[in-house]
Design a binder for this molecule. Sequence first.
Ligand code: ATP
Length: 589
Amino acid sequence: MTMLLFREVAEAFEKIEATSGRLDMTGLLAGIFAKCTPAEVEQLILLAQGVVAPPFAGIEIGMGERFVIRAIASSTGYDEKNVNAAYKEKGDLGLVAQELLGKKKQSSLVKTELTLKKVFGAFSRIAGTSGTGSQELKIKLLAELLNSATESEGKYLVRMPIGKLRLGVGEPTIIDALSVCRSGTKELREPLERAFSLCSDLGYIGRLFFESPEKIDKFKITLFKPVRPALAERLGSAAEIIEKIGPCGADAKYDGLRLQVHKKGKKVEIFSRKLERIANMFPEIVGATQALKQGELIFEGEALAHDIHNDRYLSFQQTMQRKRKHGVAEMAGSRPLRLFVFDLLYADGKDIGALPFAERREFVEKIFGKPGGQCVGKKEVSTLTATLFKKFDTARELEGFFNKCIASGLEGIIAKELGAAYQPGKRKFAWIKLKRSYGEMADSIDAVVVGYYLGKGSRAEFEFGGLLCAVYNEQTDTLQTIARVGSGFSEDEMGSLREMLDAISIQEKPKGLECKLDADVWVAPKLVVTLVADEITISPMHTCCKEGGRGFALRFPRMAAIREDKGIKEITTSQEIESMFNLQKRTKI
Ligand code: ATP
């Protein structure tokens, strides 16, 4: 097989950029995958998402715009002022590079055709370079690529390091394309999805699949590659839960930070809900994990900060300060974290995740001990401890447990089907959350901000009038709007929201967003917020699960929190909104 030229990749990207239909995108991607070797398919999957490593590796291509401008200037012969002026006019550095490469003032002495391998190699070097002189090296590496680039190649080469590739291809589309490429249909989607859920590394899965589909069928959990977290469905009452899954187990639901801990001997890694590596922020959990006698483990729990002086547990918001503030060591002293362990996925070479929950729970208790009688557990609780858990036969008993949890300040309960295996990356009825209610709505939702409005009246000084928010439709792989949110922010929050959003503002509506409204300022869909509302209604203005021109919307939406622990892949789906709407209808009757 000859090496895949980057020109062919750019041609495919051009076509993908011009289409919005998922089916067409899948076909186009499958077409270019068909020309790849296993190593190339891995590189292409990563580059199509604008990265050179899976998100959990914490490696970003990241170059500041002014350095990219210098690279464009150096390879086209225009000075930086010209490049800046063109950027002001076009608002997209990729388009600037495309235009200026077309009317270059200087042509390069040696011009070789770019291959995918070469581009990937250069971006990997750019990503891996740090320290003094690193910016100059990054500019040089990008300029070298641009020297050999066609206009269209230049557009994508420039968009990648500034995080603005915006092809709009999500993971589901890539998985479909892999399947279509090898079988002509989506029939291989399920095993691919399963393997991806077990390691969160789609490029790696693409490579194994191209080496041999058998490797995908036999794929197992791997230490230090994060498993995609199992998610909980919602129901409105203890009676509905027992009706749905019969006698079950139930855990207290702690409102903290979800952590997934991997251990091999003294080596410990901790992954966040977004699957970022965050072990350095939690030295006390790392220490307690190292001290466990088991050699190899993967377990999950919810971490809460414990305020030693007042002997109380802090809220999610306060616990989150640990992520933002410096002084991790100091915080670990005065507000140490307790991890309430609720599941075990792997132990000493064995895939425990495949076992029924009742058996996994036995392992959890064997390793982490049974929790005390009270819901949260007080002073005597050690750093790693099992969640409060009980088995229930009747709705009455389950409801009693729920009420007790609420009375002791917890968020609610998570009911668990005793016979179910762990469901990586899936929202299934194997776990069902029952929470304190939010007005008529069964739950809060997590949405991504896609734009904002400028302020009027007393808000004019912040130039901030509210957020346009969207949820994710997993069937169409698109974002759909659900609310225009104008309240729930303090003055401080308005100022900082404005700053955060301006840093990710874009010229046009985000690719892959279905939207009938205009925002004053569009932003790249990155910032996740938790919203509460009075209820879910139907509105002609929003596109969530749209049907006959009407979609779901939130009535009186308020922002409850900025969710830095969540990324766009963790937001509420349109399908969940639909089931919450149905739940709401049922409880109203
Ligand atoms: P989701 O994780 O379902 O997307 P979310 O992050 O908004 O939603 P909730 O909807 O409040 O959180 O509830 C699910 C979350 O509850 C889990 O992801 C986990 O972080 C947390 N949790 C707390 N206690 C438990 C427990 N005992 N078992 C499982 N999850 C728990």
